[in-house]
Design a protein around this ligand. Structure first.
Ligand code: EPZ
Length: 434
C-alpha cells in the first residue's frame, strides 16, 4: 500500500491541468452496453475505479480495448445480464449497470452494492424508478432481479430524503432511452456529470429533452449507435486545486476549471475574499496568502448547490481561516471522517449533528501521521499537510487513487513537497497499520 510523505509550507506556483471526470466516466462506461456498436470514450482519467468498471463490463461479455492511457474502446456486441457480487461489492457505482442491462436485454441481475464509510448508500430510488417503467423488481439473496419484458415509458419522481440521486437519475435515464414510450423523470439530478451522460446518449441517437434541468423527458428508440465521446473535465479535482491555492502562499492557474460547473464553490470563495480571476477556455487563476480569508458557512446540497464532494476540502480551508464557520452536510449522513484526522493535526473542529463547527486560526496545523478513510477525505488531509508545519504521512492512499489521477505528480509540478512511498518505507513508530 502507498503512503504520501508531505512537508508543508511550500508555495504553489505555475499551472495544473485537470483530468477527465471520474463521476461522468462511470455511467458513460455503463452506457456503452446500450449498443452492439463500438463506443470510443476519450479524456478518461487513469483511475482504479474506471479500470475496475471496465473489468466488470468485460466480465459481462463486452470487448474492451485501451488504445492509450486515457482512451477506451468498448464494443458490447454480446453481453450477459448478471453482474456478480464479487465484482459489484467493490464499487458502489457499478449499480448503474442496472439501467443499460434492463434497456438492452430487458432483464438484469445485479448484486446490491455495499455501503461505504460515508453512508449506507441505498438504491431505493433506483428501484422505484425502474418499477415506474413497469419493470418487475425483485430483491432477493443480495441481488436485484429485474424483468423488463413489459417495460414501457412512465412518470418517475426521483426526489428522496436527500434530494435527487445522481446515479439513480443515470440508471433511469439509461433504462428509458431504449424503452418504448415516453418517460418523464421529475426531480432528476442535474449535476454536470449527468448532463455529460445525456450528451453522450444524444450522440448515440437517444431522444432526450430537458438536459441540464431537474425534469428530463425521454422518448424510447429501437436502437442506439456507437459513438466517440470526450468526457468533461473533473470539476471536483479543479475545485480541490482552487481551495488548496486559496489557503496557501500560491499563484496558480487551473486548466480545465469551468466556472459554469463551479458556481457554488466560486460563490463561497468570493464571499471568503479569495483572489481569483476567470480566464477564457476553462482556466481559473487563484492567488493565495495564508490566513487572510474570511470564514464562511457552507451547506452541501444537490447541484447547483454546494457539492458534497468538496465539503471535506472546505473543512481544511476553514481550519486555517481565522474565525468561526459552520459546514453542514445535507447529502450524506456520515461524511466527516476527515475531521478526527484534521483534529490530530491541530484543527479545532467540533461535530454537532450534520454540522462541523470550525474554529479557524492562522497556521494551526502541524504535521502528523494520518489515515485516509475515503476519496475526498484523502484530498482534505493532503491539503492540510501542505499547509501544516513539518512532515505529514498520509496512509491508505488507495482511497485517493480512486479519484485523482497523478495527484502527487501534479502537486509536485506546482512546487509542493509530496512524495509517494511504499507503506514499509514509513517509520514503524508512525504507522497506524497493524
Ligand atoms: C454520486 O454518488 C457520486 N458518485 C458521489 O461522488 C457524489 O458524492 C454523489 O453523487 C452526490 O453528488 C458517482 O457519481 C459515482 P446519490 P451517488 O445517489 O449517485 C441518498 C465521490 O467522492 N439516496 O446522489 O451514489 C444517498 O444515500 C463520490 O466522487 C437514497 O436515499 O449519490 C445520499 O445520501 C462520493 N436513495 C443521497 O441520496 C437512493 O436510491 C445522494 O446520493 C439513492 C440515493
Amino acid at each position: 500500500m502507498d503512503v504520501f510523505r508531505i512537508n508543508g509550507g511550500r508555495p504553489l506556483r505555475g499551472e495544473v491541468t485537470v483530468s477527465g471526470a471520474k463521476n461522468a466516466c462511470l455511467p458513460i462506461f455503463a452506457a456503452t452496453l446500450l449498443t452492439g456498436e463500438t463506443c470510443v470514450i476519450e479524456n478518461v482519467p487513469d483511475l482504479s475505479d474506471l479500470r475496475f468498471m471496465a473489468e466488470i463490463i468485460e466480465n459481462l461479455g463486452a470487448e474492451v480495448e485501451r488504445p492509450d492511457k486515457n482512451t477506451w474502446r468498448i464494443t458490447a456486441k454480446n453481453i450477459t445480464h448478471r453482474a456478480p457480487y464479487d465484482l459489484v461489492r467493490r464499487m458502489r457505482a457499478s449499480v448503474c449497470l442496472l439501467g443499460p442491462l434492463v434497456a438492452r436485454l430487458k432483464k438484469a441481475e445485479v448484486s446490491l452494492p455495499g455501503g461505504c464509510v460515508i453512508g449506507p448508500r441505498p438504491i431505493d430510488l433506483h428501484l422505484k424508478g425502474l418499477a415506474k417503467l413497469n419493470c418487475e423488481v425483485d430483491v432477493r439473496a443480495g441481488y436485484v432481479h429485474i424483468d423488463a419484458k413489459r417495460a414501457r415509458g412512465g412518470h418517475v419522481f426521483l426526489g428522496g430524503r436527500h434530494g435527487s440521486t445522481v446515479t439513480g437519475t443515470a440508471n433511469i435515464l439509461m433504462a428509458a432511452v431504449l424503452t418504448p414510450g415516453v418517460t418523464r423523470i421529475e426531480s432528476a439530478a442535474c449535476e454536470p456529470e449527468v448532463v455529460d451522460l445525456c450528451k453522450m446518449l444524444l450522440s448515440m441517437g437517444a431522444k432526450i429533452e430537458g438536459v441540464g434541468s431537474h425534469c428530463l423527458t425521454i422518448e424510447g428508440v429501437d436502437k442506439l449507435n456507437g459513438t466517440t465521446y470526450r468526457v468533461i473535465d473533473d470539476r471536483i479535482e479543479a475545485g480541490t486545486y482552487l481551495i488548496a491555492a486559496a489557503m496557501l502562499d500560491a499563484d496558480i492557474t487551473v486548466n480545465g476549471a469551468h466556472p459554469e460547473d463551479l458556481s457554488a464553490l466560486l460563490d463561497k470563495l468570493e464571499e471568503a475574499g479569495a483572489d481569483f480571476s476567470i480566464e477564457l477556455g476553462g482556466r481559473i487563476r487563484m492567488r493565495g496568502t495564508p490566513g487572510t480569508l474570511n470564514p464562511v458557512d457552507v451547506i452541501t446540497l444537490p447541484h447547483p448547490g454546494f457539492p458534497t464532494d468538496l465539503q471535506a476540502q472546505m473543512c481544511t480551508l476553514m481550519s486555517v481561516t481565522p474565525g468561526l464557520s459552520i459546514i453542514t452536510e445535507r447529502v450524506y449522513p456520515n461524511r466527516f471522517m476527515h475531521v478526527p484526522e484534521l483534529q490530530r493535526m491541530g484543527a479545532d473542529i467540533a461535530i454537532e449533528g450534520a454540522s462541523a463547527i470550525v474554529k479557524g486560526r492562522r497556521n494551526p496545523l502541524s504535521g502528523a501521521p494520518v489515515m485516509a478513510s475515503d476519496l475526498r477525505a484523502s484530498a482534505a488531509l493532503i491539503l492540510a499537510a501542505m499547509a501544516a508545519h513539518g512532515e505529514t504521512w498520509v496512509q491508505r492512499i488507495y482511497h485517493l487513487d480512486r479519484g485523482y489521477e497523478n495527484f502527487d505528480e501534479k502537486l509536485r509540478g506546482l512546487g509542493a513537497d509530496v512524495e509517494r512511498l511504499n507503506q514499509d518505507q514509513m517509520p514503524k513508530d508512525l504507522s497506524g497499520e497493524s
